[in-house]
Design a protein around this ligand. Sequence first.
Ligand code: SAH
Ligand code: SF4
Length: 401
Amino acid sequence: MSALIETAIHSTTPASAGAKPSLVGRDREGLRAALIELGVPERDLKMRTSQLWHWIYFRGARDFDAMTNVAKEMRERLAARFTLERPEVAIEQVSADGTRKWLIRLPADHPGEKPYEIETVYIPEAGRGTLCVSSQVGCTLSCTFCHTGTQRLVRNLTAEEIVAQLIVARDRLGEWPGAAQPADSIVPSGGRFVTNIVFMGMGEPLYNLDAVKRAVETISDGDGLTISKRRITVSTSGVVPEIKSLGELGAMLAVSLHAARDELRDELVPLNKKYPIKDLLEACRNYPGLSNARRITFEYVMLKDVNDSEQDAHVLVRLLKGIPAKINLIPFNPWPGTKYECSDWETIERFSEIVFRAGYASPVRRPRGRDILAACGQLKSESQKLSARERLALRAMAMTD
Ligand code: SAH
Ligand code: SF4
């Protein structure tokens, strides 16, 4: 387990009710609406929107005054009505391997109530940096092995709040033109910090699809944040009716399968009772844009003596026959109170071997897998906070191959 440095951040004032709204996270339409509010004439709207877009999403501006090609008078009008504030980062955890987790605090809906909290995790590797983002606070589904499903507070994130997670990551990593990078950062070899996005943090993204879609459009825009849709993966527990729409957007799909038989999947992922495996795989076969170059990732959490037998592996590969797929085996990450345990390393290896022989890229990379399993075992005695960090990190790592 790598050393962990945790910093509680006494942040700048978070946006409170009645405060000036932030433009951070808005799409072009949202920025245009802000400019209309300021009385910018129709003929200038397109040009002004592009200027704001460039400064917010390409340069990471935190202050309207930085926008040197925008007339001073216009900058003052913008600053009088709006801000470029980011959501509050309550805690930052940095592990020695470069993994970072941010606990982001969103204001409560009503004064006196507890604020909402979401997690965003960054995992640097040799040739890529993956950001694992949340799509909801908590989750309304209750997969039996998932900690998020036990959380009481639930609300959808707005598209702006989803995009803001990437902005926060770029702020903290110093990934804007001319920005300084933190001394303890680990930069992937390509030079870019965040190259991939996975919707594998809190929440079920397909229950918040409109916001997820708008966020993906903003994040993938070539004049700003520029993370191509082929590097954005949305993970679903199987909300069948929404899968097609995600494909039309052009994002990559990951499906939390976890079991190859309905009886077991009904128990692990209760949504399976509504959308059983047959319907789910039918939607996968019809996923728009599916090809060998654009495969679906099937996630399979390794639960000791539950879904990890050799027979399970054979049934799994038979089930996925004919679907261009990758299979990611995720070592289960225990949390306080769970009844499940992570499969033994030997069992994961055997399972992985069967999957590999069936023609799927070997999903648990051995050297890293050992690390993961070590972390998995150690987590039993770790605090809940660390377990949450590791849980998210493991998920996102399992996505990378
Ligand atoms: N709700 C979506 C996306 C968020 S969960 C979904 O379920 O796909 C992201 C991934 O983490 C899912 O595959 C989920 O099954 C997996 N996961 C949840 N809890 C886990 C745990 N304790 N250990 C390992 N993986 C877990
Ligand atoms: Fe929700 Fe995904 Fe957790 Fe299931 S695994 S409870 S869908 S976050």
